[in-house]
Design a protein around this ligand. Structure first.
Ligand code: SF4
Length: 442
Protein backbone atom coordinates (compact mmCIF):
# COMPACT_ATOMS: atom_id res chain seq x y z
CA UNK A 1 0.00 0.00 0.00
CA UNK A 2 1.35 3.45 -0.85
CA UNK A 3 1.94 5.98 1.93
CA UNK A 4 -0.89 8.18 0.65
CA UNK A 5 -3.33 5.27 0.69
CA UNK A 6 -2.14 4.30 4.17
CA UNK A 7 -2.66 7.86 5.44
CA UNK A 8 -6.17 7.98 3.93
CA UNK A 9 -7.05 4.61 5.42
CA UNK A 10 -5.68 5.66 8.84
CA UNK A 11 -7.77 8.82 8.91
CA UNK A 12 -10.91 6.97 7.84
CA UNK A 13 -10.35 4.19 10.36
CA UNK A 14 -9.82 6.69 13.14
CA UNK A 15 -13.03 8.53 12.49
CA UNK A 16 -15.08 5.33 12.46
CA UNK A 17 -15.07 3.42 15.69
CA UNK A 18 -15.31 -0.36 15.31
CA UNK A 19 -18.77 -1.75 14.61
CA UNK A 20 -20.40 1.67 14.59
CA UNK A 21 -23.55 1.66 12.50
CA UNK A 22 -23.37 3.80 9.38
CA UNK A 23 -24.88 7.29 9.73
CA UNK A 24 -27.26 6.59 6.84
CA UNK A 25 -28.80 3.73 8.76
CA UNK A 26 -29.79 6.02 11.62
CA UNK A 27 -32.44 8.60 12.16
CA UNK A 28 -33.10 10.83 15.14
CA UNK A 29 -35.50 8.23 16.54
CA UNK A 30 -32.60 5.74 16.78
CA UNK A 31 -31.38 7.55 19.88
CA UNK A 32 -33.11 9.44 22.65
CA UNK A 33 -30.14 11.27 24.13
CA UNK A 34 -26.87 12.60 22.73
CA UNK A 35 -23.82 13.88 24.59
CA UNK A 36 -21.36 16.02 22.65
CA UNK A 37 -17.87 17.42 23.34
CA UNK A 38 -17.26 14.78 25.99
CA UNK A 39 -13.72 14.02 27.16
CA UNK A 40 -12.30 10.51 26.87
CA UNK A 41 -9.92 9.39 29.65
CA UNK A 42 -8.70 6.33 27.72
CA UNK A 43 -5.19 7.76 27.35
CA UNK A 44 -3.37 11.02 28.04
CA UNK A 45 -4.52 12.54 24.71
CA UNK A 46 -7.76 13.33 26.61
CA UNK A 47 -9.73 13.86 23.38
CA UNK A 48 -12.46 16.42 24.03
CA UNK A 49 -14.54 15.94 20.88
CA UNK A 50 -16.31 12.67 21.66
CA UNK A 51 -20.04 12.27 21.01
CA UNK A 52 -22.19 9.52 22.49
CA UNK A 53 -25.66 8.75 21.14
CA UNK A 54 -27.77 6.76 23.59
CA UNK A 55 -30.99 4.80 23.48
CA UNK A 56 -32.54 3.46 26.69
CA UNK A 57 -29.29 3.81 28.60
CA UNK A 58 -27.14 2.10 25.93
CA UNK A 59 -24.73 3.77 23.53
CA UNK A 60 -25.89 3.11 19.97
CA UNK A 61 -23.32 5.25 18.20
CA UNK A 62 -20.21 7.31 18.96
CA UNK A 63 -18.12 9.84 17.08
CA UNK A 64 -14.33 10.26 17.25
CA UNK A 65 -13.71 7.46 19.74
CA UNK A 66 -10.64 5.35 18.87
CA UNK A 67 -10.32 1.62 19.43
CA UNK A 68 -8.93 2.04 22.97
CA UNK A 69 -11.76 4.39 23.94
CA UNK A 70 -14.28 2.05 22.35
CA UNK A 71 -13.00 -0.91 24.37
CA UNK A 72 -13.37 1.09 27.61
CA UNK A 73 -16.87 2.01 26.59
CA UNK A 74 -17.72 -1.65 25.95
CA UNK A 75 -16.31 -2.47 29.42
CA UNK A 76 -19.15 -0.47 31.02
CA UNK A 77 -21.65 -3.15 30.08
CA UNK A 78 -19.35 -6.15 29.63
CA UNK A 79 -21.08 -9.39 30.59
CA UNK A 80 -18.18 -10.53 32.73
CA UNK A 81 -18.08 -7.30 34.73
CA UNK A 82 -18.45 -7.68 38.49
CA UNK A 83 -21.89 -6.29 39.47
CA UNK A 84 -21.95 -3.24 41.77
CA UNK A 85 -21.65 -4.31 45.41
CA UNK A 86 -24.41 -3.56 47.92
CA UNK A 87 -23.35 -1.15 50.73
CA UNK A 88 -23.04 -4.00 53.24
CA UNK A 89 -21.07 -6.21 50.82
CA UNK A 90 -18.78 -3.28 50.01
CA UNK A 91 -18.20 -2.59 53.69
CA UNK A 92 -17.38 -6.28 54.37
CA UNK A 93 -15.02 -6.43 51.39
CA UNK A 94 -13.19 -3.24 52.39
CA UNK A 95 -12.89 -4.57 55.93
CA UNK A 96 -11.42 -7.85 54.67
CA UNK A 97 -9.01 -5.94 52.40
CA UNK A 98 -7.86 -3.67 55.24
CA UNK A 99 -7.16 -6.69 57.48
CA UNK A 100 -5.11 -8.28 54.70
CA UNK A 101 -3.07 -5.09 54.26
CA UNK A 102 -2.57 -4.65 58.02
CA UNK A 103 -1.23 -8.19 58.23
CA UNK A 104 1.29 -7.63 55.41
CA UNK A 105 3.00 -4.20 55.60
CA UNK A 106 4.56 -2.31 53.94
CA UNK A 107 2.02 -1.83 51.16
CA UNK A 108 2.83 -0.97 47.56
CA UNK A 109 0.01 0.97 45.86
CA UNK A 110 0.60 0.39 42.17
CA UNK A 111 -1.13 2.05 39.21
CA UNK A 112 -2.83 5.14 40.68
CA UNK A 113 -1.95 6.77 37.32
CA UNK A 114 -5.05 4.96 36.02
CA UNK A 115 -7.31 7.01 38.30
CA UNK A 116 -8.29 10.66 38.69
CA UNK A 117 -6.32 13.24 40.66
CA UNK A 118 -8.36 12.88 43.88
CA UNK A 119 -7.69 9.11 43.88
CA UNK A 120 -3.97 9.70 43.27
CA UNK A 121 -3.81 12.04 46.28
CA UNK A 122 -5.60 9.46 48.41
CA UNK A 123 -3.23 6.73 47.20
CA UNK A 124 -0.31 8.61 48.78
CA UNK A 125 -2.15 9.05 52.07
CA UNK A 126 -3.17 5.39 52.05
CA UNK A 127 0.40 4.27 51.36
CA UNK A 128 1.48 6.32 54.38
CA UNK A 129 -1.16 4.64 56.56
CA UNK A 130 0.25 1.21 55.73
CA UNK A 131 3.92 2.33 55.87
CA UNK A 132 4.25 1.88 52.14
CA UNK A 133 4.66 3.67 48.85
CA UNK A 134 2.55 4.65 45.84
CA UNK A 135 4.21 4.09 42.46
CA UNK A 136 3.18 4.19 38.82
CA UNK A 137 4.30 1.38 36.53
CA UNK A 138 6.65 3.77 34.72
CA UNK A 139 8.51 4.98 37.84
CA UNK A 140 12.09 4.12 36.69
CA UNK A 141 11.55 6.01 33.42
CA UNK A 142 9.98 8.97 35.21
CA UNK A 143 12.93 9.24 37.55
CA UNK A 144 15.56 9.13 34.83
CA UNK A 145 13.61 11.64 32.66
CA UNK A 146 13.11 14.26 35.37
CA UNK A 147 16.66 13.93 36.68
CA UNK A 148 17.94 14.77 33.18
CA UNK A 149 15.45 17.62 32.89
CA UNK A 150 16.81 19.06 36.13
CA UNK A 151 20.42 18.61 35.13
CA UNK A 152 20.31 19.93 31.55
CA UNK A 153 17.25 22.21 31.59
CA UNK A 154 14.12 21.20 29.76
CA UNK A 155 12.32 22.80 26.86
CA UNK A 156 8.77 21.52 26.73
CA UNK A 157 5.61 22.78 25.03
CA UNK A 158 1.88 22.36 24.89
CA UNK A 159 0.46 19.90 22.39
CA UNK A 160 -1.47 22.79 20.85
CA UNK A 161 1.85 24.53 20.19
CA UNK A 162 3.17 21.34 18.56
CA UNK A 163 0.06 21.26 16.35
CA UNK A 164 0.50 24.93 15.41
CA UNK A 165 4.25 25.06 14.88
CA UNK A 166 6.06 21.73 14.61
CA UNK A 167 7.58 21.25 11.15
CA UNK A 168 9.58 18.20 12.21
CA UNK A 169 8.29 15.52 14.57
CA UNK A 170 10.31 12.56 15.82
CA UNK A 171 8.89 9.64 17.79
CA UNK A 172 11.79 8.08 19.68
CA UNK A 173 10.91 4.55 20.76
CA UNK A 174 7.31 5.69 21.23
CA UNK A 175 4.53 4.67 18.84
CA UNK A 176 1.33 6.70 19.23
CA UNK A 177 -0.54 4.31 16.92
CA UNK A 178 -0.12 1.71 19.69
CA UNK A 179 -0.52 3.80 22.85
CA UNK A 180 -2.21 7.13 21.90
CA UNK A 181 -4.27 6.41 18.79
CA UNK A 182 -5.43 9.95 17.96
CA UNK A 183 -2.19 11.74 18.83
CA UNK A 184 -1.24 12.04 15.14
CA UNK A 185 -4.59 13.40 14.01
CA UNK A 186 -5.11 15.80 16.92
CA UNK A 187 -1.61 17.14 17.53
CA UNK A 188 1.44 15.78 15.82
CA UNK A 189 1.00 14.82 12.15
CA UNK A 190 -2.33 15.27 10.37
CA UNK A 191 -3.61 18.12 12.58
CA UNK A 192 -3.74 21.48 10.81
CA UNK A 193 -2.26 24.27 12.92
CA UNK A 194 -1.86 28.03 12.66
CA UNK A 195 1.53 27.71 10.94
CA UNK A 196 1.03 24.19 9.61
CA UNK A 197 -2.15 24.74 7.65
CA UNK A 198 -1.68 21.72 5.41
CA UNK A 199 -1.23 19.28 8.28
CA UNK A 200 1.02 16.36 7.36
CA UNK A 201 2.06 18.09 4.12
CA UNK A 202 3.73 20.77 6.24
CA UNK A 203 5.55 18.30 8.49
CA UNK A 204 8.38 15.82 8.35
CA UNK A 205 7.81 12.69 10.43
CA UNK A 206 10.59 10.38 11.60
CA UNK A 207 10.66 7.49 14.06
CA UNK A 208 13.28 5.43 15.85
CA UNK A 209 12.48 1.89 16.99
CA UNK A 210 14.10 -1.47 17.59
CA UNK A 211 11.61 -3.32 15.37
CA UNK A 212 9.12 -2.60 12.65
CA UNK A 213 6.34 -0.48 14.14
CA UNK A 214 2.81 0.50 13.18
CA UNK A 215 3.87 4.10 12.55
CA UNK A 216 6.64 3.18 10.09
CA UNK A 217 4.61 3.53 6.83
CA UNK A 218 3.73 7.12 7.77
CA UNK A 219 7.35 8.16 8.32
CA UNK A 220 9.56 9.95 5.82
CA UNK A 221 12.54 8.56 7.73
CA UNK A 222 12.58 5.42 9.83
CA UNK A 223 15.54 4.20 11.88
CA UNK A 224 15.47 0.59 12.97
CA UNK A 225 18.28 0.63 15.52
CA UNK A 226 19.23 -1.09 18.73
CA UNK A 227 19.02 1.10 21.85
CA UNK A 228 22.82 1.31 22.12
CA UNK A 229 22.88 3.17 18.76
CA UNK A 230 20.61 6.00 19.98
CA UNK A 231 23.42 8.24 21.22
CA UNK A 232 25.30 7.92 17.92
CA UNK A 233 22.19 8.93 15.96
CA UNK A 234 21.60 11.94 18.22
CA UNK A 235 25.25 13.01 17.84
CA UNK A 236 25.00 12.66 14.05
CA UNK A 237 21.83 14.79 13.98
CA UNK A 238 23.17 17.36 16.43
CA UNK A 239 26.40 17.76 14.43
CA UNK A 240 25.38 17.28 10.79
CA UNK A 241 28.91 18.16 9.65
CA UNK A 242 30.07 14.78 10.92
CA UNK A 243 29.53 13.28 14.34
CA UNK A 244 28.32 10.11 15.97
CA UNK A 245 29.95 7.82 13.41
CA UNK A 246 26.59 6.40 12.32
CA UNK A 247 25.85 5.56 8.73
CA UNK A 248 22.18 5.19 7.82
CA UNK A 249 20.24 5.57 4.58
CA UNK A 250 17.74 8.07 6.09
CA UNK A 251 20.24 10.13 8.07
CA UNK A 252 20.97 12.84 5.42
CA UNK A 253 17.24 13.33 4.74
CA UNK A 254 16.37 13.77 8.43
CA UNK A 255 19.35 16.09 8.98
CA UNK A 256 18.12 18.23 6.04
CA UNK A 257 14.55 18.25 7.35
CA UNK A 258 15.72 19.33 10.80
CA UNK A 259 17.90 22.07 9.36
CA UNK A 260 14.91 23.44 7.45
CA UNK A 261 12.56 23.37 10.48
CA UNK A 262 12.10 26.23 12.88
CA UNK A 263 10.25 24.04 15.42
CA UNK A 264 11.07 20.42 16.22
CA UNK A 265 9.01 18.21 18.55
CA UNK A 266 10.64 15.09 19.94
CA UNK A 267 8.37 12.53 21.64
CA UNK A 268 10.25 9.91 23.62
CA UNK A 269 9.32 6.96 25.80
CA UNK A 270 11.96 7.43 28.55
CA UNK A 271 11.50 3.86 29.75
CA UNK A 272 12.83 2.54 26.43
CA UNK A 273 16.01 4.60 26.09
CA UNK A 274 19.28 4.50 27.98
CA UNK A 275 20.49 7.18 30.41
CA UNK A 276 23.20 8.11 27.89
CA UNK A 277 20.66 8.61 25.09
CA UNK A 278 18.49 10.80 27.32
CA UNK A 279 21.57 12.85 28.27
CA UNK A 280 22.40 13.32 24.59
CA UNK A 281 18.79 14.27 23.77
CA UNK A 282 18.63 16.94 26.45
CA UNK A 283 22.06 18.31 25.45
CA UNK A 284 20.96 18.45 21.79
CA UNK A 285 17.76 20.30 22.67
CA UNK A 286 19.61 22.74 24.99
CA UNK A 287 22.17 23.47 22.25
CA UNK A 288 19.54 24.21 19.59
CA UNK A 289 17.42 26.32 21.92
CA UNK A 290 20.43 28.28 23.19
CA UNK A 291 21.64 29.04 19.68
CA UNK A 292 18.23 30.60 19.16
CA UNK A 293 17.84 29.60 15.51
CA UNK A 294 15.07 27.09 16.20
CA UNK A 295 13.07 25.64 19.04
CA UNK A 296 13.22 21.97 19.96
CA UNK A 297 10.87 20.60 22.60
CA UNK A 298 11.01 17.19 24.30
CA UNK A 299 7.76 15.61 25.45
CA UNK A 300 7.66 12.23 27.19
CA UNK A 301 5.08 9.84 25.72
CA UNK A 302 4.59 7.29 28.46
CA UNK A 303 3.19 3.84 27.88
CA UNK A 304 1.41 4.21 31.23
CA UNK A 305 -1.92 5.08 32.82
CA UNK A 306 -3.97 7.92 31.29
CA UNK A 307 -3.27 10.18 34.28
CA UNK A 308 0.48 9.64 34.52
CA UNK A 309 1.03 13.41 34.30
CA UNK A 310 -1.44 13.89 37.17
CA UNK A 311 0.51 11.32 39.18
CA UNK A 312 3.78 13.20 38.57
CA UNK A 313 2.25 16.51 39.66
CA UNK A 314 0.68 15.16 42.85
CA UNK A 315 3.87 13.29 43.69
CA UNK A 316 5.96 16.44 43.15
CA UNK A 317 3.70 18.33 45.54
CA UNK A 318 3.73 15.61 48.21
CA UNK A 319 7.23 14.18 47.92
CA UNK A 320 9.23 16.75 45.93
CA UNK A 321 9.83 14.00 43.34
CA UNK A 322 7.51 13.15 40.44
CA UNK A 323 8.05 9.38 40.43
CA UNK A 324 6.30 8.48 43.67
CA UNK A 325 9.04 8.61 46.32
CA UNK A 326 10.36 8.76 48.89
CA UNK A 327 11.47 5.36 47.80
CA UNK A 328 13.65 4.76 50.84
CA UNK A 329 10.56 4.01 52.95
CA UNK A 330 9.93 0.87 50.92
CA UNK A 331 13.45 -0.05 49.97
CA UNK A 332 16.09 1.28 52.30
CA UNK A 333 19.51 1.85 50.84
CA UNK A 334 18.64 1.32 47.16
CA UNK A 335 18.06 3.79 44.39
CA UNK A 336 14.99 3.40 42.15
CA UNK A 337 17.11 3.53 38.99
CA UNK A 338 18.85 0.34 39.90
CA UNK A 339 15.95 -1.28 41.73
CA UNK A 340 14.19 -4.02 39.82
CA UNK A 341 10.62 -5.12 40.44
CA UNK A 342 12.07 -8.20 42.10
CA UNK A 343 14.10 -6.00 44.51
CA UNK A 344 10.93 -4.11 45.26
CA UNK A 345 9.02 -7.35 45.80
CA UNK A 346 11.56 -8.28 48.43
CA UNK A 347 10.73 -5.18 50.47
CA UNK A 348 6.93 -4.88 50.30
CA UNK A 349 4.49 -7.17 52.08
CA UNK A 350 1.36 -6.65 49.98
CA UNK A 351 0.09 -4.81 46.92
CA UNK A 352 -2.92 -2.64 46.12
CA UNK A 353 -3.26 -2.88 42.38
CA UNK A 354 -5.35 -0.25 40.61
CA UNK A 355 -6.18 -2.07 37.41
CA UNK A 356 -4.26 -0.95 34.37
CA UNK A 357 -6.67 -1.61 31.55
CA UNK A 358 -9.52 -3.44 29.92
CA UNK A 359 -7.32 -6.31 28.77
CA UNK A 360 -5.20 -6.47 31.88
CA UNK A 361 -5.31 -9.58 33.96
CA UNK A 362 -3.43 -8.63 37.13
CA UNK A 363 -2.33 -12.20 37.74
CA UNK A 364 -0.43 -12.07 34.46
CA UNK A 365 0.62 -8.46 34.48
CA UNK A 366 2.36 -8.24 37.86
CA UNK A 367 6.06 -9.16 37.84
CA UNK A 368 6.66 -12.60 39.30
CA UNK A 369 7.88 -11.55 42.75
CA UNK A 370 4.97 -9.18 43.23
CA UNK A 371 2.35 -11.55 41.83
CA UNK A 372 3.00 -13.85 44.77
CA UNK A 373 2.19 -11.14 47.32
CA UNK A 374 -1.21 -10.85 49.01
CA UNK A 375 -3.08 -8.18 47.12
CA UNK A 376 -6.15 -6.01 46.87
CA UNK A 377 -7.28 -5.45 43.30
CA UNK A 378 -9.27 -2.31 42.53
CA UNK A 379 -10.80 -3.16 39.21
CA UNK A 380 -13.21 -0.99 37.24
CA UNK A 381 -13.13 -3.29 34.25
CA UNK A 382 -14.21 -6.88 34.58
CA UNK A 383 -14.06 -9.98 36.67
CA UNK A 384 -10.58 -10.57 38.07
CA UNK A 385 -9.87 -14.28 38.55
CA UNK A 386 -10.25 -15.39 42.17
CA UNK A 387 -6.84 -16.15 43.64
CA UNK A 388 -5.64 -17.05 47.10
CA UNK A 389 -4.83 -14.02 49.29
CA UNK A 390 -6.60 -11.66 46.96
CA UNK A 391 -9.52 -9.31 47.54
CA UNK A 392 -11.21 -7.70 44.52
CA UNK A 393 -13.16 -4.46 44.84
CA UNK A 394 -15.10 -3.38 41.73
CA UNK A 395 -15.21 0.37 41.09
CA UNK A 396 -16.67 2.93 38.71
CA UNK A 397 -14.88 3.46 35.40
CA UNK A 398 -13.18 6.89 35.63
CA UNK A 399 -14.42 9.34 33.01
CA UNK A 400 -17.47 7.24 32.11
CA UNK A 401 -19.16 6.41 35.41
CA UNK A 402 -17.39 8.96 37.63
CA UNK A 403 -15.96 12.49 37.35
CA UNK A 404 -12.44 13.65 38.06
CA UNK A 405 -9.42 15.70 37.04
CA UNK A 406 -7.05 14.14 34.50
CA UNK A 407 -3.86 15.74 33.15
CA UNK A 408 -3.15 15.67 29.42
CA UNK A 409 0.20 14.41 28.08
CA UNK A 410 1.55 17.99 28.13
CA UNK A 411 0.49 18.56 31.77
CA UNK A 412 -2.75 20.54 31.22
CA UNK A 413 -5.52 19.59 33.69
CA UNK A 414 -9.01 18.71 32.39
CA UNK A 415 -12.20 18.10 34.33
CA UNK A 416 -13.51 14.82 32.90
CA UNK A 417 -17.21 14.16 33.43
CA UNK A 418 -18.89 10.79 33.43
CA UNK A 419 -22.07 10.17 31.49
CA UNK A 420 -25.05 11.21 33.58
CA UNK A 421 -27.07 7.99 33.34
CA UNK A 422 -24.06 5.86 34.25
CA UNK A 423 -23.11 7.78 37.38
CA UNK A 424 -25.95 5.96 39.13
CA UNK A 425 -24.69 2.48 38.30
CA UNK A 426 -23.86 2.01 41.97
CA UNK A 427 -20.12 1.39 41.79
CA UNK A 428 -17.94 3.22 44.35
CA UNK A 429 -15.23 5.50 42.94
CA UNK A 430 -11.57 4.49 43.19
CA UNK A 431 -11.00 7.44 45.52
CA UNK A 432 -13.82 6.38 47.86
CA UNK A 433 -12.48 2.82 48.10
CA UNK A 434 -8.96 4.04 48.86
CA UNK A 435 -10.34 6.44 51.50
CA UNK A 436 -12.40 3.63 53.11
CA UNK A 437 -9.33 1.37 53.19
CA UNK A 438 -7.41 4.17 54.85
CA UNK A 439 -9.95 4.75 57.60
CA UNK A 440 -10.21 0.99 58.23
CA UNK A 441 -6.43 0.78 58.40
CA UNK A 442 -6.02 3.50 61.04
S1 SF4 B 1 -6.81 8.71 21.68
FE1 SF4 B 1 -7.00 8.30 23.87
S2 SF4 B 1 -8.31 9.94 24.67
FE2 SF4 B 1 -8.55 9.92 22.41
S3 SF4 B 1 -10.33 8.62 22.02
FE3 SF4 B 1 -8.53 7.29 21.94
S4 SF4 B 1 -8.29 6.48 24.04
FE4 SF4 B 1 -9.68 8.24 24.13
Amino acid sequence: MSINKFIKASIQEEDQEPSAPSPQAESFSDFDRAYHSMLCAGCSCLCDDISYYMKEGHVTRTLNLCEVGWKRLCAVSAEDRVPPPSPSLLSDTVNQAARLLQAHPPVLVLGADNADEAAIRTSFELAGTFRGISLPWAYPGIRRFYERAKRFGWATGLLDEVRDRAESVIFWRADPLVTHHRHLSRYSLFARGRLTERGNLDRNLAAVASHETVIEPLCQQFFQLSTDQDSALIEALAHPGGGGGLDHRDLPALARALQGSSYVALFVDPEKVTYEALDAMFRWSAKLNTEGRKRMVILPLWDAGPNIEGFCRVSLEKNATPWGGPFAKASAGTQPEDTSWEDLAGTVGSVILISSGVDASPGNVLPKGLSEKPRVVIDPFKRTPALKDQVVIPTALPGLESDGIFFRADGLPFDVHGIEVWRNHGYPTVRDVLADLMSEGR
